[in-house]
Write a protein that binds this ligand. Structure first.
Ligand SMILES: [Zn+2]
Length: 185
């Protein structure tokens, strides 16, 4: 009996911690593991496969190659839809930029605008046409300005190429504050 135990090493299941002879009767083969057997006993693996997590995992690994193919197919058949969606998104951005542009123009050229004194009143100009502005932001800056506010990098500079960026309202306020501090000196 003791000889037998030496000849047949005992393996402890990593899950149920029960001792079994390290044979394929109790453990599934796994070439990559030390001893060529899986660390869990057959009973535990069967139980895991029946569990919902095990079922999910098996489904995933079974689906994997087919899933990739169908994702590719999906992209192919939906190419036009994606293009349309991108186009719609761009239209939304363009629409937003037209609003940004018209407000920018008002601040700089309309003395009745409540912010004119900080912009036009200080000689700040808009060095774009509406189309140039949209083109610059979308194609050159490649910015998605939605949810952000336009900011001039140099606060004394114009709305022009190289001097505009889009920042969150918080950052914009911070810049204004530091500008005011600088002015006081
Ligand atoms: Zn076990």
């Amino acid at each position: 009996m003791s000889n037998c135990a030496v000849l047949t090493p005992i393996k402890v299941c990593a899950t149920c911690k029960q001792k079994f002879p390290a044979t394929t009767e109790y453990f599934y083969k796994r070439a990559a593991s030390p001893g060529g057997l899986q660390s869990q006993c057959k009973k535990c693996i069967k139980a895991w496969k029946r569990s919902s997590a095990g079922k999910k995992s098996q489904k995933k690994s079974n689906q994997s190659p087919g899933h990739k193919v169908s994702a590719k197919k999906y992209r192919q058949t939906h190419k036009i839809e994606t293009a349309e969606r991108n186009w719609a998104r761009r239209q939304t951005i363009v629409g937003h930029l037209r609003d940004v542009f018209s407000n920018m123009k008002k601040r700089c050229y309309d003395p009745n605008d409540r912010n004119y004194k900080y912009y036009g009143g200080r000689g700040i100009k808009v060095c774009f046409t509406s189309d140039e502005f949209v083109h610059y932001v979308v194609d050159d800056l490649q910015e998605d300005p939605i949810g952000l506010t336009i900011d001039r990098i140099d606060n004394d500079g114009n709305y022009e190429r190289g001097n505009i960026r889009f920042v969150s309202q918080a950052v914009n306020n911070q810049n204004r504050r530091s500008y005011k501090k600088k002015k006081k000196k």
